[in-house]
Design a protein around this ligand. Structure first.
Ligand SMILES: Cc1ncc(COP(=O)(O)O)c(C=O)c1O
Length: 388
């Protein structure tokens, strides 16, 4: 950021250069592996940044009418839709705004099949390709809340219940990964082919869901490319699709806060900040994980440094609105600024206004290092009108 610029805290800041860096990596994968990469809106709905994304990746995947509308309005590419359920009242809107619609069960597909047939007859130029979500029952994710293949999962049809392809289904969809590597994908693909391999030559497309963290530094792109190219060799007519969310906005933004007070109990020092884990960084509590802080020692290294331990406390009244400890090279005091790293993907979309605490501003830092642009400032009216 422009070093003369002191913005009022708390604020999220998204860096154009980092976003473009991620898009370049995804573009390389797309070219080398001949795969369609579409952005999952659930991880990022900052539509004022969509102009940059749509330059290379206008296509997306939506999981609600609102996401689908946002994609149609601001990305303007194809929208693949997957929702666990559809209703008769909402389905016509999905048909009008989607290029692909994936169903979570055979019953659901049969319920809406007549509407798809009618739509495709009346709108051949905007026909919708129906798909079915399958469950490869292969768990490579340790945290159950993020594991779509956990036993008893409500997502997708398992192989026992899918002896043959329902008539009219054009694609298969699975989602089994979360912040995963290409080696995890390899394990899932092996399980998938073992159970559903006979169906793959019968469909036009295979959507491999999200969770492919291709923009993480240690991700083995070469391995992914060879894995996908081997899939092309085995199923030459099958169009491969990936729909990552996190990989697009991984490490593209920070949350900058200020220390407002330091309290102590039972030997634990807590620095109260002007932001909340519960409201502004909910994944820190849900996932759970400990974000890196620019001004603290890296989490992995902290034991090897002398320093001062602090827990950070949010400014809501929830008892559990705290995280840490982090180790700092110096003692913290009121007025210190702290930069919590990697606070864009799944963060800016999941915030809430619990307790009515002030929502952080959202800034965009252009690549040329010019003045950050304010994308959004939240007001009392935003809080009030959600309850209207
Ligand atoms: C069906 C589906 N597709 C794509 C994604 C995006 O996953 P990620 O952001 O981990 O890449 C998710 C995440 O929950 C999902 O449920």
């Amino acid at each position: 950021m422009n070093s003369n610029m002191i913005l009022p805290t708390p604020y999220y800041i998204v860096y154009e250069s980092r976003l473009r860096h991620n898009l370049d990596i995804l573009d390389e994968v797309r070219r080398r592996a001949d795969v369609d990469i579409i952005m999952a809106l659930k991880a990022n709905a900052l539509w004022k940044t969509f102009g940059v994304i749509a330059e290379k990746f206008p296509d997306s995947t939506a999981s609600s009418i609102n996401e689908m509308r946002l994609a149609n309005d601001y990305l303007k590419g194809k929208v693949h839709t997957y929702c666990p359920v559809y209703t008769h009242s909402s389905f016509p809107q999905f048909l009008a705004g989607s290029s692909h619609i994936t169903f979570n069960s055979i019953v659901l597909y049969q319920r809406f099949r007549p509407q798809i047939k009618q739509w495709n007859t009346e709108h051949p130029e905007r026909s919708v390709s129906p798909g079915l979500r399958i469950n490869p029952r292969c768990s490579v994710i340790e945290t159950d809340i993020y594991n779509p293949c956990v036993p008893g999962s409500r997502f997708g049809v398992n192989a026992e219940n899918l002896p043959e392809l329902p008539e009219g289904i054009e694609g298969l969809h699975f989602h089994a990964l979360c912040e995963s590597s290409s080696y995890d994908l390899e394990i899932v693909l092996e399980a998938l082919e073992h159970q559903f391999g006979h169906l793959l030559p019968q469909v036009k497309w295979l959507n491999m869901g999200g969770g492919h963290l291709m923009t993480r530094k240690d991700y083995d792109i070469n391995h992914l490319v060879s894995l996908l190219n081997r899939m092309h060799d085995r199923y030459p007519k099958l169009r491969l699709i990936m729909e990552p969310g996190s990989a697009f906005t991984w490490q593209t933004g920070d949350l900058v806060t200020e220390v407002l007070d330091i309290v102590e109990d039972a030997g634990i020092q807590t620095a109260i900040i002007d932001a909340s884990f519960a409201c502004h960084m909910p994944d820190v509590l849900e996932m759970p994980y400990q974000p890196e802080i620019k001004e603290a020692f890296p989490n992995k290294e902290k034991d090897s440094h002398p320093g001062h331990n602090y827990r950070l406390g949010g400014n809501s009244c929830l008892s559990g609105d705290s995280a840490g400890p982090w180790k700092f090279p110096h003692q913290l005091k009121s007025g210190d600024r702290l930069t919590l790293r990697d606070m864009n993907h799944y963060t800016t979309v999941k915030t809430n206004m619990f307790n009515g605490v002030q929502h952080p501003d959202i800034y965009w830092q252009p690549t040329d290092n010019s003045t950050p642009q304010l994308l959004r400032r939240f007001t009392y009216e935003d809080y009030r009108d959600r309850m209207d």
